[in-house]
Design a protein around this ligand. Sequence first.
Ligand code: DMJ
Length: 453
Amino acid sequence: MHLRMHLILLTSLLLSSVIHGSFGQTAGLDKAALAAEVKNEFLHSWNAYKKYAWGHDGVRPISKTPYDWYASPMYITPLDALDTMTLMGFKEEADSTRDYIVRNMSFDKDIYVKVFEINIRTLGGLLSNYQLSGDKRLLALAKDLADRLIPAFLTPTGFPYVEVNLKTGAVRGTKTNPGEIGTLLVEWGTLSMLTGDAKYYNYAKHALLSIFEARSELNLVGDAIDCETGEWLGTDSHLSACIDSYYEYMVKGALLFNDEDCKIMWHDSYVAINTFLIDTAATGIWYGHADMNTGKRTKTWFGALDAFFPAVLVLAGDINRAKELQEACFHMWKRHGIEPEQFDYVKDEAAAPRFFLNPEIIESAYYLYRKTDDPRYLEMGKVFLDSLKAYCRVDGGYAELKSVITKEKSDRTETYFFAETLKYLYLLFAPAATLDFDNVIFNTEAHPIRRTW
Ligand code: DMJ
């Protein structure tokens, strides 16, 4: 080939690699450097956990002390962090952490645990790490845990009790919500598929179907319900805490198990969401609050947790709406330099100013980037990373904020910071091959599940 032709080919190859980022650079952003930066931040917070809180559920990063959820530790941070360190390539650290978890984790404990939290963090973590490592001891732990949680499902409504005693099977907590009732199928369905025992799938599916059946005539749900009487205790409908992942697991249940009921439930719900919750303001499209029975607007609030919705819309195939909503989410982040727990999109200011190191907005940027290849989402990711480092980084890891306005810190690192926030940030910048996005479903705690059945 002529030398000039070689040069033209080389130039166009270089150009296309810059545009598409195959040399780690996109639109002026160095993806490889950003991925390395996230890994460093992971090590910074993980090493702080190890130094100040090893063997406990989590770290308080300002006082540099540990905390536990219950009288006896459940090793929530190590398990939540485990698949993140595996994906980041910290193999030795992952092997020793997994070994530590297996040697120490026991569910034969006289403690009442929250079914929802232990399901998404512990059961989800055990299942995803079993799939990633092939270590059967993790699957045995997952089965033992689920068996101990089963008494929660024995209610007249099919809605699980909020808490179960892992040793005695005693239950308590009747005031629950669609989020807690409907966020089980990914984990319990996976356990059925991996063990060949259909009962886990059936308990979780029955719970989801039952809460869907309790919806209003407008196809909306409220945010509090009694698991013994089935009476609604809160009729505010929204995409925020207490409801959010109820919708997420319809979409994920449909994709992971090809479940026809999940598809129908999602379809009907999405029509209602787009009729009664959707809203617009000068800053774009939003989803607010409305009464589940009348459809009347109750609040013009959207929050850090609601920012999971663009990711769900990507999975559901509504990419345009996902893009539009992510722009609104990004506005919410930039308004005070970091996103608040709740944002009033009409007043254009924080309505609840705390920040808990939440992952959802980053999760949505990652999903959108994987589907569109648009460097816009990398730019967003860089803003998220820079703000987190500027406002939340401390010697002892990463701290939550009492206020996104004053940036005053609070002495806690939630375990999902390791499972979700840092994982999604890393995956956004890391090579696509790091995780086969099209063939995994993340549970709501960002533990990836592969459809091996
Ligand atoms: C996580 O525990 C899960 O993502 C849950 O579904 C919602 N809240 C937190 C993260 O913000």
